[in-house]
Design a protein around this ligand. Structure first.
Ligand SMILES: [Fe+2]
Ligand SMILES: [Fe+2]
Length: 481
C-alpha cells in the first residue's frame, strides 16, 4: 500500500467527517504554503482591497449615475471590511501588522493608479469589474487551493467570505457594463484595456504567484500619466433637475401639526432620497483624512453606505407609491457647499452636529412615529431602520469626531458654527439665479393622491413654504444625516 492510498483509506470514527469538516485527509496532508508565503500573498490581497476601497470611495462624489454611485458606496464599504479582516489575519501570523502600507509591486500599483485616473464611468467599470476584481478573486481562489486547509484555516475563511462578496460586486459590474458600454466604446478603450492586462501579467497576478512577465515598454502609464486628483464637486445624472432648488421646505411641513401623517410621509421620502448627498460628502472626508487607524475608515465607510441606503429607501418608498421621484427636486447643495467650502474636519463637525440633533424627540423617533401613524407599513419599516442607523451614526461620531476636541460640548458647538456658516449665506446660491426654485410639492402630492385613491386636500395641496423663511429654526433637522 502506498502512502497516498493509506491516507485515502484513513478511517474517522464511524465515518463522521474528520478535521471538523474542513477538508479530506488527502487535502490536509499536502504541505501547502508556509507562513512567509501566506503573509506575502495576504499582504497583496490587502493592498488590492485597500486600493479598491480608495477608488470606489473617491469616485462616489463625481460619478454622475445614481445607481453606480450607490453601488460604489456599498462596494467601498465591503472592501473596507475585507481590508480589516486581512489586516487582522496578517497580525496573527507571527507578524505585527507592519509593512501593510508598503506597495508590494509597482505593476500592481500602476493597475490601480490607471483605474483611479480613468476619466469615464465606462472605463472605471471595465477597470474595476472586468479587470481588478476578477483578478483579485482568482488570486483568492488560488490561495484557497494552494494553502493547507487545516494549518491555514483562518486565512481560508477570510478568502471565502471575500470571494462571496466579490462575486456579487462583479455581477453588478458586468450587468451595468452591458447597459452602459457598447462595442464602439470598448474598441476605443482597447489600448488601455491591454495595459491593465499587461500590469497583471508583469506583476504575476494580484498574488504574484504566476511567473511574472518582464516589464517592457507596454507598461507605461496612460490615464495615470497625469495623477488622479480628487474632484469634490458632486455630479448627478440627467434625472436630477434643478440641483439648487430651495422651493419646498419639507421640514416645516413635517413638523406642522396641521398636516396629516400620510401626506408627511411624502416629505420623509423626499428627505431620504435627498440623503444621496451624504455619501457624496462623506467620501470627501474619508478621502482627504489620512493616517487614521483602519477602524476609522471602516466605520466611516459603513456610515457612508448606510446613507446611500437611506437614499435608496426613499427611492423604494416613491416607487411603491408609483410616484415619479424626478419631479421632486433632489438637490446637491449640501454636499457641494460642504465639499467646496469646508475642511474635512468642518464637514465632519456639521455631520455630527446634525446627527446628534436627530437623536432628540423631534428627530428620528418622530419620523418613525409619523410612519406608523400613516398606516403605511413600508414607511414604518423604512423609518424604523433609518432611526436605528442614525443611533449607530451618533455613536460613531462619539468615537471618531468628539475625540478630535476632547470635549463633547466644544465639539458640538464647533459643528453648530460650521453649519451656521453654510446656512448664513445660502442665499448666495439663490441670488446667483442658478435655480428656478420651482414648487414641486403639488405634483408629488397629486400623484400620491391618485395612488391612494383620494381627492387632494386643498390645504395640503396649497403648501408653499420655501427654505427662505423657516430654515434657521429647523437647523438640526434640515440637513442630511
Ligand atoms: Fe446618518
Ligand atoms: Fe441618514
Amino acid at each position: 500500500m502506498t502512502a497516498s492510498s493509506k491516507i485515502a483509506s484513513y478511517q474517522s470514527y464511524r465515518g463522521v467527517p474528520s478535521l471538523a469538516g474542513l477538508a479530506t485527509m488527502t487535502e490536509a496532508t499536502r504541505p501547502g504554503l508556509g507562513i512567509e508565503a501566506c503573509v506575502t500573498r495576504l499582504k497583496r490581497f490587502h493592498y488590492a482591497f485597500r486600493r479598491l476601497h480608495e477608488i470606489f470611495t473617491a469616485w462616489i462624489t463625481a460619478e454622475p449615475i445614481y445607481e453606480i454611485k450607490t453601488a460604489f458606496s456599498l462596494h467601498a464599504y465591503l472592501c473596507s471590511e475585507h481590508v480589516l479582516a486581512l489586516r487582522t489575519r496578517v497580525g496573527e501570523m507571527r507578524e505585527p501588522p507592519l509593512g501593510l502600507e508598503v506597495v508590494p509591486d509597482p505593476a500592481l500599483e500602476l493597475l490601480f493608479n490607471e483605474i483611479f485616473a480613468a476619466p469615464t464611468t465606462g472605463e472605471r467599470l471595465v477597470g474595476l469589474y472586468e479587470k481588478a476584481l476578477p483578478a483579485l478573486d482568482a488570486a483568492l481562489a488560488r490561495h484557497m487551493a494552494d494553502t493547507n486547509p487545516l494549518t491555514d484555516a483562518p486565512s481560508v475563511r477570510v478568502c471565502r467570505f471575500a470571494r462571496l462578496e466579490l462575486a456579487d460586486m462583479i455581477d453588478f459590474g458586468v450587468r451595468s457594463l452591458a447597459c452602459l458600454v457598447d462595442d464602439e466604446a470598448r474598441r476605443a478603450m482597447e489600448p488601455w484595456s491591454r495595459l491593465l492586462d499587461d500590469c497583471l501579467a508583469v506583476s504575476g497576478g494580484v498574488d504574484g504567484s504566476a511567473p511574472a512577465r518582464p516589464a517592457g515598454q507596454a507598461i507605461a502609464p496612460l490615464h495615470s500619466a497625469t495623477p488622479y486628483v480628487y474632484d469634490p464637486v458632486p455630479r448627478r445624472d440627467e434625472r436630477f433637475q434643478d440641483l439648487y432648488n430651495q422651493g419646498v421646505n419639507p421640514e416645516a411641513f413635517l413638523y406642522d401639526p396641521a398636516f396629516d401623517p400620510r401626506s408627511k410621509t411624502l416629505m420623509m421620502l423626499f428627505k431620504r432620497l435627498r440623503e444621496i448627498d451624504v455619501p457624496e460628502m462623506m467620501a470627501s472626508i474619508i478621502h482627504e483624512t489620512k493616517g487614521k487607524p483602519w477602524n476609522y475608515y471602516r466605520d466611516m465607510s459603513r456610515q457612508l453606505w448606510d446613507e446611500a441606503r437611506h437614499a435608496m429607501m426613499g427611492e423604494v418608498g416613491f416607487a411603491a407609491l408609483g410616484i415619479d421621484w424626478k419631479v421632486a427636486r433632489i438637490t446637491h447643495n449640501w454636499s457641494l457647499r460642504l465639499n467646496t467650502e469646508c475642511t474635512p474636519i468642518e464637514r465632519h463637525a456639521v455631520l455630527y452636529f446634525i446627527e446628534q440633533g436627530l437623536m432628540a424627540k423631534t428627530g428620528k423617533r418622530y419620523e418613525w412615529e409619523v410612519g406608523v401613524q400613516s398606516g403605511d407599513p413600508l414607511i414604518a419599516t423604512i423609518q424604523d431602520f433609518d432611526w436605528a442607523d442614525e443611533v449607530l451614526h451618533a455613536s460613531l461620531g462619539r468615537e471618531w469626531y468628539i475625540p478630535e476636541f476632547g470635549d463633547r460640548k466644544q465639539a458640538i458647538d464647533y459643528g453648530d458654527q460650521c453649519w451656521s456658516k453654510i446656512l448664513s449665506n445660502w442665499t448666495t446660491v439663490y441670488d446667483q439665479g442658478l435655480t428656478r426654485h420651482e414648487n414641486w410639492w403639488p405634483e408629488i402630492y397629486q400623484q400620491a393622491c391618485a395612488t391612494w385613491g383620494i381627492a387632494a386636500d386643498p390645504q395640503v395641496l396649497a403648501y408653499r413654504e420655501t427654505y427662505e423663511t423657516q430654515r434657521a429654526d429647523l437647523k438640526a433637522v434640515s440637513g442630511s444625516g
